[in-house]
Design a binder for this molecule. Structure first.
Ligand code: PLP
Length: 307
């Protein structure tokens, strides 16, 4: 069985050791598996440089605090471990994930306070929500009537693995012939998709949903870069009709950056091709990846920071 499973190249850090991806395994009694009780973050490395590493680490720490979990490692040790995973993977472009699960309770008790939190990290090849062809023509998306989990139920600002709604939406999208999905909220407004935020450009003004979504680092980056470009951009409620009537629309994720929407439920968005503002924003986003104010070289982060 084991040799029929395929693993991507890469390197993981688990139980305090660096191992190939095939050896990175958790207990079946881990609450991360049994209850989806975990938080995580994903940062990317492009041409040997982490992009906005500090922001990802800060969001990870905030999520850990909100879930009342504990990570004893210092930020220096944490970023050192992430860098060492990348170095050992040999990758120049990497998808780097850090995870804290509730862990295993030694007595299998039902009290989350008894579990010993488990830290895992790994670096694998950098993937994207949109492939090259989709980047050139714009993604074909479906708006599902599956509702995103309410923010009153699960705090969406804690990056989490509660994805059954998103996965149900993906199947609905595939059934309709689309490539990916956007979920709505209880009021029928736009929320987000599987691992990405949504933006609409109307009359030169840019809107992204203000609540019920993970506050993406790429979403924040897009808002900041639009301000730098002198474009009015805001987080505010976004209706389905408003998105479908937009001049341009795009999605944002650490896995792929700024990615154009070409069609929603068959109807073209704007000209049905990546719009001029989306293209300018995409160019500026990638230009920031070599700017030391926004990125840090993997080689500049020592593995063995203080624990
Ligand atoms: C990670 C994620 C995003 C995008 O966040 P980035 O920090 O830009 O990668 C959006 N929505 C959900 C549900 C996510 O998990």
């Amino acid at each position: 069985m084991a040799d029929t499973l395929q693993y991507p190249p890469g390197c993981a850090y688990i139980d305090g050791r660096y191992v190939p991806m095939a050896e990175a395994k958790i207990s079946v009694l881990d609450w991360g598996l049994l209850r989806s009780d975990a938080t995580y973050d994903v940062v990317h490395v492009w041409k040997g440089r982490f992009f906005r590493l500090d922001a990802h680490v800060a969001r990870f720490r905030a999520g850990i605090g909100k879930l009342r979990m504990q990570l004893s490692m210092s930020d220096g040790k944490l970023t050192g471990v992430l860098a060492e995973c990348v170095r050992r993977s040999g990758l120049d472009d990497a998808y780097v994930e850090m995870i804290l699960t509730r862990g295993v309770s030694p007595t299998f008790s039902r009290d989350p306070r008894d579990a010993v939190n488990t830290f895992i990290a790994f670096a694998v090849p950098l993937g994207s929500v949109a492939n090259d062809e989709q980047m050139a023509r714009g993604l074909d998306l479906h708006i599902s009537n599956v509702q995103r989990i309410a923010p009153e139920s699960v705090d969406p600002t804690v990056k989490n693995y509660h994805w059954l709604d998103l996965v149900a939406g993906l199947y609905a999208a595939y059934d309709s012939g689309a490539e990916n999905v956007i979920l709505v909220d209880a009021a029928g407004r736009i929320s987000e998709g599987p691992g990405f935020n949504v933006f609409a450009v109307t009359g030169g003004r840019v809107t992204t949903p203000d609540r019920g979504v993970l506050e993406g680092i790429t979403r924040r980056t897009a808002l900041e870069l639009l301000a730098e470009m002198g474009v009015e951009a805001r987080a505010a409620p976004l209706g389905v009709a408003e998105l479908k009537a937009a001049d341009e629309a795009f999605i944002t994720s650490t896995a792929g950056g700024i990615m154009p929407i070409g069609r929603i439920d068959v109807d073209p968005i704007g000209a049905g091709a990546p719009g001029p503002l989306t293209r300018r924003l995409t160019d500026l986003y990638w230009a920031k990846h070599v700017d030391p104010a926004w990125s840090v070289a993997v080689a500049d982060l020592p593995a063995g920071g203080p624990s």
